[in-house]
Design a protein around this ligand. Structure first.
Ligand code: DGJ
Length: 718
């Protein structure tokens, strides 16, 4: 049993290697008294005194599970509730508990008002993860307003913690920054209407390692929010001598009215502890995501090699040219051919067409069929791009329903990328989209959808709601998106869905629940990508990370050789985006060779364990190793040689000490033990600018070695 209730109202959430202990004190406040390495003798927690006397000031000093605004507490709260008479604090009168297998709930009832908060916990014992979420319930008749309704609160004792999150913008996602939290607080958030390209809805905390986060040593406490919307995470050095962490739906411009009898559920947080550094955290969460979060149909299957035409044709899509691209893509070994933006009615450029999700008859006079049949005939599956939450003013949809967007009636509506945001809180808008996308998927042979979102939100007003409820629209929009993707997935279970939001604007565990993969960045520069990919992999699985080869690397004006670019793309779920109609036969042959190699290691890369061995952030080279069944793939990258020092010694990880591995290095074949490779390491020669290597190790005697792709890639979709 993963959840245990002890005397003195002590509740233990036990995973294989960790314990999370909650105690309800005399003050009726649930408090976290321990989170860390597993302790079995829970009775030991009974005698501990609270850090402060049990009086009105005590709550301020406690690592509360659900600190509310108000009372004698001045740290960050995870709840702020306003009752109809203007009272703005929540005082717990009664706590009751229910435990069942791996589930625990603590019900906190207000001492005076008919209102309760249900703190919910689920233990994933095998995966070493706990899930925390909560509901607020108005059990009376008068309305109650939630002005802050975060998902969870955590506390870590003492001081000296560092916090890691990401900084960035479009084309520069996932730039990791770690900072000491010695005083005050650090806020990570999005106010963009979706997760956006800057901070990410996660927390990663390590204690006083003295410098940057350690890759494979040290204690790490981490959590990730299952939410695609405005979020806020606050990491605070509480003056009572502990680290206070709150996370959930952003309370900036948020208010949610619960009428009598109504309830609201906050998104879940998945959290864990390890003493094995970032590497152990990544292994844990990659596995957890595959087993518990990702859509089940593809969670344990590697993704196909895809071709996407965006970087070749942009909006200038024609049936003939796409067929010509498809023919060349098939020759490379591509398995899924995707037409990006530009295929639907009126989409000549980014000023028109969004909302009209039917085929442009000028570009496809006979519909999509000639193209989809050609793609099938070439042995590939077919995919399309959509951006359902948006509408261009120049579109049939907007002409018919100008009132379907968020807007202030007294002001001119703002545009981003020439588009407005559809009011997804409204049932009729969602139903229109569901119907027309269902028709698209039913009438055409489509196996894959790339779901994009290319502008941030503003002027959240409408929803058929009174003005005082407009602050709920940010959250209602996110719920509307979930409704739509869920509806489409239920109707078309065999279709693969990719999330994209101008690159990596929607990378979060909320999207992971519904999408099979992400497009992490519009920046395809292979060197920039190494930095993005390294940090992305902290909490997001490799197979979720689409990585393409393109001609024009976009952000930076440098020239990078094909080998380096292919190797960088092969570190994730491989895609090709080069303009094959304008690529020489010789180069296409070269790309084909890399695709063949990728298929040999695909299972290992997408489903194996990832080791970030070296980083260009703090060293001369970048090196990532993937360990799969009987096989390991190691990618090494040098951006520029320094001081004539071409040799790099790399100690591998994750191999079996006793096993023997066969590999080719500098045209010579070697067989070495796992112990040698991990302890003595390998010397690899890289020189000049943008040099790279892929080292493939096959376990000798393991008959499954090298067969990764052919056996594993049994796609069950349509
Ligand atoms: C932004 C995406 O990130 C790109 O990959 C591409 O799909 C464009 N939108 C199309 O408009």
């Amino acid at each position: 049993m993963a959840v245990k209730i002890y005397e003195n109202e002590i509740y233990a959430l036990q995973t294989r290697n960790t314990s999370y202990i909650i105690r309800v004190g005399e003050n009726r406040i649930p408090e976290n008294v321990y989170w860390g390495k597993r302790i079995d003798r829970i009775a030991d927690f009974a005698g501990e005194a609270s850090p402060a006397p049990v009086n009105m000031q005590a709550p301020h000093c406690l690592k509360e599970e659900c600190a509310s605004f108000g009372g004698m507490r001045f740290k960050e709260a995870s709840l702020k509730v306003v009752f109809s008479d203007g009272v703005r604090d929540f005082r717990i009168g009664r706590v009751s508990a229910k435990a069942e297998g791996d589930y625990l709930e603590l019900v906190l009832e207000d001492a005076y008002y008919p209102f309760r908060v249900r703190l919910c916990y689920q233990v994933f014992e095998e995966e070493d993860v706990i899930k925390k979420w909560r509901t607020a319930e108005n059990t009376g008749g008068d309305p109650v307003v939630l002005e802050r309704f975060f998902s969870a609160q955590f506390g870590l004792p003492g001081t000296g913690y560092e916090s890691l999150n990401y900084n960035g913008r479009w084309g520069m996602e996932f730039q990791a920054v770690s900072e000491k939290i010695t005083s005050g607080k650090k806020v990570y958030e999005s106010v963009h209407g979706l997760t956006a390209h800057g901070n990410n809805p996660v927390f990663i905390i390590q204690r006083g390692m003295g410098e940057d986060f350690r890759e494979n040593q040290g204690e790490v406490w981490f959590g990730s929010l299952e939410y695609s919307g405005n979020f806020k995470t606050i990491v605070e050095a509480a003056d009572a001598g502990f680290l206070n962490i709150v996370t959930g739906i952003n309370d900036t411009d948020f208010a949610w009215t619960l009428k009598g009898g109504e309830r609201l559920e906050a998104p879940a947080v998945y959290a864990g502890y390890t003493d094995g550094g970032l590497e152990a955290m990544s292994h844990r969460m990659h596995r957890f995501c595959r087993r518990q979060l990702m859509p089940a149909a593809l969670a344990d299957k590697p993704l196909p090699v895809l071709y996407n035409s965006w970087y070749s044709t942009a909006f200038a899509v024609t049936c003939e040219e796409q067929i010509a691209l498809a023919q060349k893509a098939a020759q490379l070994g591509v398995e899924l051919f995707v037409v990006d933006d530009g295929w639907f009615a009126g989409r000549e450029n980014d000023r028109a067409g969004l909302g009209d999700w039917y085929v442009d008859r000028k570009k496809f006079p006979d519909g999509l069929k000639p193209l989809t049949e050609a793609v099938r005939g070439l042995g590939m599956r077919f995919g399309l791009w959509i951006e359902p939450e948006m509408v261009n003013p120049v579109s049939r949809l907007y002409r018919l329903h100008p009132d379907w967007i968020y807007r202030y009636q007294s002001r001119e509506v703002l545009m981003g990328r020439n588009q407005y945001i559809l009011d997804m809180s409204r049932q009729e808008v969602r139903e229109y989209l569901a119907e027309c996308l269902d028709t698209l998927l039913s009438e055409n042979d489509i196996s894959y959808i790339k779901w994009d979102m290319n502008r941030y939100a503003s002027e959240m007003a409408g929803g058929g709601l009174p003005a005082e409820e407009w602050k709920s629209l940010w959250h209602r929009h996110s719920l509307g998106v979930v409704w739509l993707i869920k509806t489409l997935r239920e109707k078309h279970p065999a279709v693969e869905f990719e999330a994209c939001a101008a690159g990596g604007g929607r990378v979060d565990y909320g999207a992971m629940r519904w999408f099979d993969e992400y497009w992490p960045s519009d920046n395809t520069d292979p060197l920039d990508r190494l930095f993005i990919q390294e940090n992305y992999s902290h909490l997001y699985p490799v197979k979720y990370m689409r990585a393409w080869l393109t001609d024009d690397f976009g952000m930076d004006a440098r020239k990078i050789p094909l080998s380096f670019a292919m190797h960088a793309a092969m570190c994730g779920s491989l895609g090709i985006g080069t303009d094959l109609n304008r690529t020489s036969e010789e180069k296409r042959e070269e790309i084909k060779g890399y695709v063949e190699t990728y298929k040999r290691i695909r299972n290992t890369v997408q489903l194996g364990e990832l080791y970030r061995l070296r980083s260009l952030k703090n060293g001369d080279i970048q090196c990532v190793q993937y360990v799969g069944k009987g096989q390991s793939a190691v990618f090494v990258f040098l951006d520029h040689e320094r001081f004539g020092n071409p040799l790099q010694r790399i100690a591998l990880r994750g191999l079996k000490e006793e096993a023997l591995y066969r590999f080719v290095l500098e045209d010579r074949e070697f067989v070495k033990s796992g112990a040698y490779l991990m302890h003595a390491g390998l010397e690899i020669r890289l020189c000049g600018d943008y040099d790279s290597r892929l080292l493939l190790l096959e376990e000798t005697g393991d008959t499954t070695a090298g067969k990764g792709m052919e056996e594993g890639y049994a796609y069950t979709g349509k």
